[in-house]
Ligand binder design. Sequence first.
Ligand SMILES: [Mg+2]
Length: 412
Amino acid sequence: MKITDVRWMLLKGPRPHDLGGEVGTSRKMLVRVDTDAGIYGLGECDNFPGIRDGLGYCRAVMLGRDPLELRPMWSEIVYGTVAPHPPSSNFAGRDFPSEFGPCAPMSPTATPDGPPVWAVSGVEIALVDLIGKALKTPAYNVFGGAFRKEVPVYLDRSSPSDQENLDAWRKMASDAAMEGFGRMKFDIDYMAPRHVKDVWNRTISAAQMIQIVKRLEAAREAAGDEVEIAVDGHMQYNLPDSVRLAQELAHLKLAWVEDLMPITNVDAYRQLRAKSPSPVCVGEMFTMEQFRTFVDHEAADILHPDVMFCGGMHELHRIGLYADSHYLPLAMHGNGGALATIAAAHVAAATRNFLSLEYHFIEARWIGEFVRREGLPLFRNGCVPVSDAPGLGVEIDERVCRENLAPGEKMF
Ligand SMILES: [Mg+2]
């Protein structure tokens, strides 16, 4: 079996309830890998700057190769090889994107991050789907089998449009609980923006702190004790105010406090973790190397990778295994649409220490509907169920994709 094409198409559509309750736009980049056996795989990556160059690079490296060589191809793209290099590194005549050439013979000491890793994440998801189809087994079996077939999710709630109204917070939390979500997350930076005194200095004013506490108390009261609640700081705050915030929220028994500070200083996180009454969660943009640093320096309680940013499904699983060997739980960030969510759910099914996967799809329905699974909804009873169909078990929904196809894009 040989790879005959790697293609992508961008979807763009409305997001009626974005950060802070604002109206926004969602963009979803779908990937398709074809083979000469007629089997194809589907993946998803984020539409970040440089992503098309990264996808073009993956295409040039992978054309004509066996999709079952997934890890060697992935490793060649991300880490390069050592001279004299494997025969696969002979790129003579290959069609690389015009502005750059092959870098497979680059130094293996390079530190991969950014567009190449985001792109290869989406292609890797498609390869796992394809391999599952070729082996006639669901994707979770590629990772050793399922511990669970119903994968718990947490609903990312940001904030209501009327942030000053405590009843709006109560309604937001109770609505989510009524819809069956047993876990939800709120964005600290959008909880009381009218009480921010300085948008640059990374502080939380007294008035802002008091309002954040009151609004989360209202949400907790409305959601009830059975619901897990987490908060996300979007990497905005300084160390002393992050510590103060974590301590002020201790009585709410939060599932975690996420990315309260910028995530580049492992020592600051080590200090926060030592003083925070709630588990400290980091890593939505991290690769394995960055998680290893945080775990080895005792700077995080919960790891929070995203299948679209960490390198794909195998890397997500590897991060989970590393966390488990330190008795740490694995949560999963979810910036993607339905396809990335289902891919993450298959890894979550096969990861013992898995906690919860981020879910976004109650306001912008189309991002949860551009792929479908026969007879199986994306969400039920607080979970994303995984199917026993080969691979990811998904098909493109032609109608939803056509309706949301970005200008200038071609359908698969
Ligand atoms: Mg986050």
